[in-house]
Design a binder for this molecule. Structure first.
Ligand SMILES: *Cc1c(COP(=O)(O)O)cnc(C)c1O
Length: 471
């Protein structure tokens, strides 16, 4: 399997080449040349597999430059009950008839990002070891991505992590999670600014090509194809748990921000998984809901990005969205390049409202969308707790609210649980008047010693820190 750029760059690459890269050289995103189709006999065979073997089967369709035995070993090492808490890895919970919750948040940092990041950590260690290279990961986080990256990379040979976050702005639990890590290869940099400052500094460092090369700077952001393909696996796993045989269809409801999670659902559907609808849920930051309702994709300015109680979905533009538009336009790379390279930069928007392709988003690709606000979240958390005795976090509540608006008779709806409530305790207390449940292994987390360096939001100081700690 070879990979191409959504903007038409002539090079074709193998999996391990794009594994350690970010964007394609022309600014596009990498996608496989085609989506492998899974025939009914294969689907039937996969139904009985444990999660790590299902992961091996799916990844094997996309990776041709790691020997099978090593692929299998990486999957087996990643998806264990010890790391993910259950034998099923992503157990399905029935909420009521036709409505399910797929638990993706029982990994080390209690958010779904562990599902992909844990695999990425093992793939990075494998590939860097094979090449005899080192990588210094520089990132910006408002919470979930940074902790997932740190827990995936801690103690890994050949990898260091420098993670910037806005000083004092993550939830207390998220801060404790990240800053209590004592591993020598993990560096927490709390910058005295907001998340956008962190992101700007990461961009500025990455744009300094000489610095980037000298210090072997890389990223683990959500546009990484390996993260996406890892997420494809749990769509299959959820489907098998919700159905008895492969003639049935299901729908998925996905709390969305950067369009990474639901893009994996799109890939699963393109591979032939019987998915009726992909239901995209946003919070008040409704860039994507607006697109699927109107055909206009309008990125927001930083100042117009709301700070909400589902903060991991507070985005002004969706970094993975270009992948879907490329498919929507029949894989027209020239057009994708014009839209995302020129028009978006010039006008801050892409207008497909009068394009016949836009209708295909719903009719051919199965997408529908909806939006959920702070009061919707509180109401959903409350009613789910009172009626069903199930506590959901704010992001999952957004997904559940929009899922309920789009139920169809005879089609099971699977809501993806993207985080556990304990990560966002303040909103739970507001909704329920009580503290969220806390898994036993996190008792006393806030009292552990911390390892974090506070710096002004200054590119020079971040660079000096990296240079001084790069060995
Ligand atoms: C990252 C995240 C999301 C958004 O996922 P995308 O892949 O960016 O769409 C939703 N919920 C939680 C809890 C997250 O951490």
């Amino acid at each position: 399997m070879l990979y191409l750029s959504t903007r038409g760059h002539p090079d074709r690459k193998h999996f391990c080449e794009i594994l350690l890269e970010g964007l394609a050289p022309d600014g596009g995103l990498y996608l496989p040349e085609r989506y492998p189709r899974v025939d009914p006999a294969t689907l039937a065979r996969w139904r009985g597999l444990p999660y790590h073997e299902l992961a091996f089967e799916i990844l094997s369709l996309y990776i041709d430059d790691i020997p099978a035995a090593d692929r299998r070993a990486v999957c087996a090492k990643t998806y264990t009950p010890e790391v993910f808490g259950t034998r099923e890895i992503v157990p399905l919970k029935k909420l009521e008839d036709g409505l399910y919750l797929e638990a993706l948040s029982n990994g080390p940092t209690l958010a779904f990002k562990d599902m992909a990041m844990q695999l990425l950590g093992n793939l990075f260690e494998y590939e860097l070891g094979r090449r005899g290279e080192q990588l210094n990961i520089l990132g910006a986080t408002s919470g979930d991505t940074g902790s997932a990256a740190e827990y995936a990379m801690r103690g890994k040979k050949g990898v260091r992590v420098f993670m910037t976050s806005p000083h004092g702005r993550m939830s207390p639990f998220q801060q404790a999670q990240m800053f209590s890590l004592q591993d020598a290869n993990i560096h927490n940099l709390a910058l005295e600014g907001v998340f956008d400052d962190c992101q700007d500094i990461v961009k500025a460092v990455s744009n300094d090509l000489e610095f980037k090369r000298k210090y072997r700077i890389g990223t683990v952001n959500s546009i990484n194809w390996a993260r996406l393909v890892a997420q494809v696996v749990y769509y299959f796993a959820g489907y098998f748990q919700a159905t008895k045989h492969d003639s049935q269809k299901v729908s998925f409801a996905v709390p969305s921000g950067n369009f990474g999670n639901i893009c994996a659902g799109h890939v699963a559907r393109m591979m032939g998984l019987p998915v009726e609808r992909l239901v995209l849920a946003t919070n008040e930051n409704d860039v994507l809901d607006e697109f699927f309702r109107t055909g206009v994709y309008r990125v927001r300015a930083g100042a117009d990005t709301h700070e909400t109680s589902s903060p991991s979905m507070d985005i002004s533009k969706a970094s993975n969205f270009e992948r879907f538009v490329f498919d929507l336009l029949g894989r027209d790379a020239a057009r994708t390049k014009t839209l995302f390279g020129d028009e978006l930069a010039r006008n801050g928007r892409i207008d497909l409202s009068r394009d016949p392709a836009f209708k295909q988003a719903r009719e051919r690709f199965g997408f529908i969308s909806g939006k959920s606000t702070h009061s919707d979240r509180l109401a959903t958390i409350r009613s789910t707790w009172e009626r069903l005795g199930v506590m959901v976090d704010t992001h999952t509540a957004d997904g559940l609210k929009v899922a309920r608006e789009n139920l169809e008779a005879g089609v099971p709806m699977i809501v993806l649980e993207t985080a556990l409530p304990v990560k966002f305790a303040a909103a739970i207390v507001e909704a329920l008047g009580r503290e969220p449940e806390r898994p036993a292994r996190f008792e006393g987390l806030e009292r552990l010693p911390r390892r974090v360096t506070v710096l002004p939001p200054d590119v020079g100081q971040v660079k000096s820190y990296i240079a001084a700690h790069c060995g």
